[in-house]
Design a protein around this ligand. Structure first.
Ligand code: LLP
Length: 438
């Protein structure tokens, strides 16, 4: 796991904190009274009205990150498709849509959400290693822009459904370039051993030999993993794919677009975001020379540091040498620490100025794996204090659950001095709405 050092738990390494950085960018910062704000809205004010726990997102963060990425791609003919799986609240999808992004979706539900958020069907890409006939039919009926196909049998099914509906399906094969993205094994996808994509040789044969009347090959696709910091695996994969495109061109098959996927890493532990300057220098020239339209599918880069999970301290407790903070949020709201050992910085919403001790911040669920952070330095908290778990805008609410029959928390969007509830807290009624006593 040495390669995943940007991913696995870090306990405030080197005393570095995200906060100075966030403060500088003005998304999450303390005011002069040591109260945490999201942009210029007090977190405590929101908590007083909506209760805890809740997620809060800064709209400005999305805009700024979208611009950073777009600037890096200047000179390329490109289009960004937001990977809605990272945060699929329809308001968040809509922010990206307004900025000019299409949507990269992975299921019927995500496709439905993207359409409901106003993304036109011809700006939607459908991926996924296991698309069902129902999903394929829905996508063809809506006439979405592209299927990213992951196996020959899937291609045959798409062809047959398109044929039945009298339509043509546009397709890019998702190739597996067999490069190591040096990330957490659970989110590495471009190695031959992973379930994703089609080996280059096999993809070449499919492009060359398929004679399917309802399929039009328009492009080629890759996605090598998530939370990647290094430029090298992107470069290696893109070079392999562009070589393949050259060979296909020589055989008379002209692909119009190359989708280089998502995966651009963000800082969870005071490290650095994915370096788009280096990307600009090393990758963009390759892409420009390809003469193809470039697609990207970022998720986390836009959403992760836009958001925080706000929880309340319920109890303090000591077991042996361990100090525990028992919060009113846990793995049901944010499973990343339990599932991947992921690190999220945890800070007080009102800084007490008391001296720091090390705490395990845990939730109320009945699992020892239910924790938000281990060995976290915190100024001695008291019951009812609020805590902010940072970098919780991506793969957080979307991976939440009703385990222990907990009600999912509300989501709040801060937009230019105002805040809006963009998803209400779930109710007891909603917990059982699909059940009947028989
Ligand atoms: N495109 C495809 C085909 C993907 O599978 C993914 C993410 C993305 C784009 C967006 O990747 P991003 O830019 O967000 O890294 N639950 C994990 C992350 C799983 C990523 C799955 N695929 C986590 O919490 O870290």
């Amino acid at each position: 796991m040495a390669d995943s050092q940007n991913y696995i738990s870090k306990s405030h390494q080197d005393g570095k904190s995200l906060l100075p950085l966030l403060a500088e960018q003005n998304y999450f910062h303390y005011n002069d009274n040591n109260e945490l704000f999201c942009e210029n809205v007090s977190i405590k004010t929101i908590a007083d009205e909506v209760g805890t726990p809740f997620f809060v997102y800064s709209k400005k963060y999305f805009t700024d990150k979208y611009q950073t990425m777009s600037r890096a791609l200047a000179g390329c003919d490109f289009k960004i498709f937001y990977a809605v799986k990272s945060n699929y609240n329809i308001n968040i999808i809509n922010i990206l849509r307004e900025l000019g992004a299409g949507a990269d979706v992975n299921s019927l539900g995500e496709m439905y959400r993207a359409l409901k958020a106003g993304v036109p069907a011809n700006e939607i890409l459908l991926g996924g290693v296991g698309k069902s006939a129902e999903e394929i039919k829905f996508a063809i009926e809506k006439d979405i822009f592209l299927f990213k196909v992951e196996s020959e049998s899937e291609l045959l099914l798409i062809n047959s459904i398109a044929n039945d509906l009298g339509k043509i399906a546009r397709v890019a094969l998702r190739v597996n370039p067999d490069v190591d993205p040096h990330t957490h094994p659970y989110i590495s996808t471009g190695l031959a051993e992973n379930k994703f994509g089609i080996a280059l040789k096999e993809a070449e044969a499919i492009y060359l030999n398929s004679r399917l009347s309802s399929i039009q090959f328009t492009g080629i696709d890759m996605h090598i993993g998530s939370q990647i910091f290094s430029i090298a695996p992107y470069k290696a994969a893109i070079e392999k794919i562009l070589n393949l495109c050259q060979r296909l061109k020589a055989a008379g098959i002209n692909l119009h677009h190359i989708d280089i996927g998502g995966g651009y890493g963000i800082e969870y532990a005071g490290g650095k975001d994915f370096e788009f300057d280096a990307f600009s220098k090393e990758i963009v020239p390759l892409l420009k020379n390809s003469g193809m339209k470039i697609f990207l599918e970022p998720g986390r880069y836009f959403s992760a540091n836009s958001g925080a999970l706000i929880a309340k301290v319920l109890y303090l407790k000591k077991n042996g040498d361990k100090n525990f903070v028992i919060a009113d949020a846990g793995m049901s709201e944010l499973i990343r620490p339990s599932l991947y050992g992921a690190y999220h910085e945890i800070v007080p919403v009102s800084s007490s100025g008391k001296s720091e001790k090390m705490y395990d911040v845990v939730g109320p669920l009945c699992e020892s794996g239910d924790f938000l952070g281990k060995d976290i330095p915190l100024a001695e908290p008291a019951p009812n204090d609020l805590l902010a778990i940072l970098s919780a805008g991506a793969y957080s609410m979307v991976m939440s659950s009703n385990y222990n029959a907990r009600m999912r928390p509300p989501e709040i969007l801060v937009d230019n001095g105002k805040w809006h509830i963009i998803r209400k807290r779930e109710s007891l009624m909603q917990l059982i709405q699909n059940e009947e006593l028989v």
